[in-house]
Design a protein around this ligand. Structure first.
Ligand code: FHN
Length: 598
């Protein structure tokens, strides 16, 4: 077992002090040419609200009586609607029930620290008063008002940062922009002209007429040149030096890192602040037929998974054509906010977990403290803190202040959560002793109290497996991401996990994978506690001949039990998976489950 020794508290305090000093130095040194944007507010914000709202919200995914399942803000492109016809529909967009104060009240109650709203999406419709184009909410609709004015004012009053989404590359009503090949020939496109005549002037409006704007959220950079992306970035910074630019400006020119829609990274890359972007149901814009709204616990799980890896979660809502936030979204955001009201200390301004993987939830940290977010409370309440070598000074339930016992058992430290702890997702605040040492424990704890354990790519301890990422849609555009263990092409390639079995027990070992026709039939072997268990990969899902993988079809994952193992004593074990003979990559292995087998 590999163990790395860190003096976490000292390191954290030192790092915080250094970054504070460098921030001060940086701001003193910043000259007019070299703009240094403050990203620290963003790093600390942790929870944001994304709002997709435009004239497509009125259509809600329906055109000419036909339902277009999937993300509704793409309706114009999916139905290949001619610009003139689409534009003519703007007379039906009359969001008379829009109430900026009410939206901000929901955001405030939810505890979000920033809001990003679509100022212009790919359909080219401006949700603000634009002198550059008449295709905007003030000039082209009976509503005739600028909703962004009220929203920015209300957000600022509530102390919530505000950002504008701006589609810089796709604009389906403009022949010089990208995305509308059903009407315009891409060879005739003059993108520089589009930038000069529409995108840059509209950005100037957005960054001049609404006070300080915290983020310009660019999207789908496509084949936008580096020069164009630099030009856009420079323009934003010239107009508002403190405005952050999202990652999807392209060419790695964003002020922070962003991941794909609906993706939490297996392992966050680098030191930059980052954002995971999810929508509350499966569509970004309002849909008449998408009811797959995440529950409060699902949102909390997303939030905790993100913040325990050091990132921010920006969660989207899609208000309807009248300007109403869908009731399930308002309710869920509000109840997430209830949780944050008592547990916010464990979220805002925290950093990633310094410990190894925990089977009961996630951990966040700040100097001298750990926060244990208990998503899956074990029946006996014993929360293992893998890698903590020094017994903490104290532990208490954040919501109630109730003091909890901290116990050392063998080499491990456990916090005892009372079985009676009623709150959904309780959080425990742990005060670390001044000289706390953290040994990053790479092994995954296996115990009956956690019903076993799950091993994923990010938990690998050895071998030479590679991260194989797949994304597929169910309906159009509702991307699902899978981080699988790949690269197992020969017996010499193995995926290895270290296990720390906490007490004797019997477990069933289940591989969860997806396999194409090509992968099916290959033999693999799982080795544990010195025993080899052979298996043959089963085909999952129907794929047409020669088609290994299609991002437009759901990937089907199968539970394939391959072993029952009895550990007759607690201790360290190694589990490996490898192909028996050289072939194509063994399978798209999503996880290995070690399930209690009583
Ligand atoms: O094409 C857009 C989509 O409509 C939506 O705005 C999402 C939100 O992140 N961004 C693009 C796809 O990644």
């Amino acid at each position: 077992m590999i163990r790395r020794l860190f003096h976490a508290v000292l390191v954290a305090v030192f790092v915080a002090a250094i970054s504070f000093l460098s921030a001060c130095e940086a701001s003193e040194q910043a000259s007019a040419e070299e703009v240094v944007t403050d990203v620290e507010w963003f790093r600390d914000a942790k929870f944001g609200m994304f709002i997709h709202w435009g004239m497509s919200s009125q259509l809600g995914g329906i055109w000419d009586g036909k339902r277009y399942y999937g993300i509704t803000e793409w309706l114009m492109r999916r139905a290949k609607i001619p610009s003139a016809e689409y534009k003519a529909k703007s007379v039906e967009f009359n969001p008379v029930e829009y109430d900026a104060a009410e939206w901000v009240a929901v955001a405030k109650a939810a505890g979000v620290r920033y809001i990003v709203i679509t100022a212009k999406h790919h359909d080219g419709f401006a949700m603000f008063d634009s002198a550059v184009s008449d295709f905007d909410i003030v000039d082209a609709t009976p509503y005739g008002e600028d909703p962004l004015k009220a929203l920015t004012e209300e957000a600022r009053k509530a102390g919530i940062r505000i950002g504008f989404y701006y589609s810089q590359y796709q604009d389906w009503t403009e022949k010089d922009a990208a995305g509308n090949e059903w009407e315009f020939d891409p060879d005739d496109r003059n993108f520089d002209r589009y930038l000069a005549e529409k995108a840059m002037p509209q950005l100037e409006e957005l960054l001049t007429n609404y006070g300080p704007i915290d983020i310009i959220w660019f999207d789908t950079p496509g084949d936008l040149s580096k020069e164009n992306a630099e030009q856009l970035r420079a323009w934003v910074k010239e107009l508002q030096p403190n405005c952050l630019v999202s990652d999807r400006i392209g060419h790695d020119l964003g002020d922070y890192k962003g991941y794909n829609d609906g993706e939490i990274p297996a392992v966050a890359e680098g030191e930059r602040p980052w954002e995971a972007i999810f929508t509350h149901n499966d569509s970004w814009g309002f849909s008449y037929f998408d009811y797959n709204f995440k529950s409060t616990s699902e949102v909390l799980e997303l939030l905790i998974s993100t913040v325990s890896k050091g990132g921010n979660l920006m969660l989207n809502i899609g208000p309807d054509g009248l300007g109403r936030i869908p009731a399930p979204s308002a309710a869920t955001f509000r109840s997430v906010g209830e949780w944050l009201k008592v547990n916010g200390e464990a979220v805002y301004g925290t950093s990633a977990s310094p410990l190894g993987k925990v089977p009961w939830g996630g951990i966040t940290a700040r100097p001298g403290k750990l926060y244990l977010h208990v998503l899956h409370p074990p029946a006996d309440g014993m929360l293992i803190l893998p890698g903590l070598a020094t017994k903490p000074d104290a532990a208490r339930v954040l919501a109630t202040g109730e003091k909890l016992k901290v116990r050392r058992d063998g080499g491990d430290i456990f916090v005892e959560l009372p079985a009676s702890e009623g709150s959904s997702v309780p959080v425990v605040a742990v005060d670390l002793a001044a000289d706390t040492a953290i040994e990053v424990d790479d092994a995954t704890a296996v115990s009956a109290r956690y019903d076993g354990a799950r091993l994923q790519f990010e938990d690998l301890d050895g071998g030479d497996a590679e991260l194989a990422k797949y994304r597929t849609m169910h309906y159009f555009g509702d991307w699902k991401h899978y981080h699988t263990v790949g690269g197992l092409t020969s017996p010499a390639n193995s995926a290895t996990w270290n296990l720390r079995v906490l007490e004797p027990g019997t477990y069933k070992i289940v591989l969860n994978y997806s396999a194409s026709k090509e992968q099916a039939g290959q033999e693999g072997v799982l080795t544990i506690a010195g025993r080899d268990f052979y298996f043959k990969v089963l085909e999952t899902g129907e794929l047409s001949e020669g088609e290994a993988f299609s991002p437009r079809k759901p990937l089907m994952f199968l539970d394939h039990p391959v072993a029952v193992v009895h550990f007759d004593q607690a201790g360290d074990y190694e589990l490996t998976v490898r192909p028996e003979v050289a072939n194509t990559s063994l399978a798209k292995l999503l996880f290995v489950d070690i399930r209690l087998h009583d």
